[in-house]
Design a protein around this ligand. Structure first.
Ligand code: ZN
Ligand code: ZN
Length: 89
């Protein structure tokens, strides 16, 4: 059992795993945060339609999930960041 880096609570991997279900690729092993300190938004990725992970302290919801961001970096060689400027309202 690992403690949460943010609130020091023991991480309940079962609850965290449920929360991370909408994300591609990321598992509880990638996180040092408990479910309470992890913000995940379902269906928000503009690439795959999957869930995105909102970094702690961020107020904007990312356009890319971690897996798609990694894909883009691999494909284009540049880091698109978490948001996609091409998408406008
Ligand atoms: Zn926590
Ligand atoms: Zn995605």
């Amino acid at each position: 059992m690992k403690p949460c880096h943010s609130c020091q609570a023991v991480i309940d991997e079962y609850i965290l795993d449920k929360k991370l279900e909408v994300l591609r690729d990321l598992t509880v092993d990638d996180f040092n945060l408990c479910a309470d300190c992890t913000t995940v938004v379902a269906d928000a990725c503009v690439e795959c339609g999957g869930g995105v992970y909102v970094p702690r302290g961020e107020t904007t919801v990312p356009d890319y999930c971690p897996a798609c961001r990694a894909d883009l970096i691999r494909r284009t060689g540049t880091d698109p960041g978490w948001t996609c400027d091409a998408v406008s309202t």
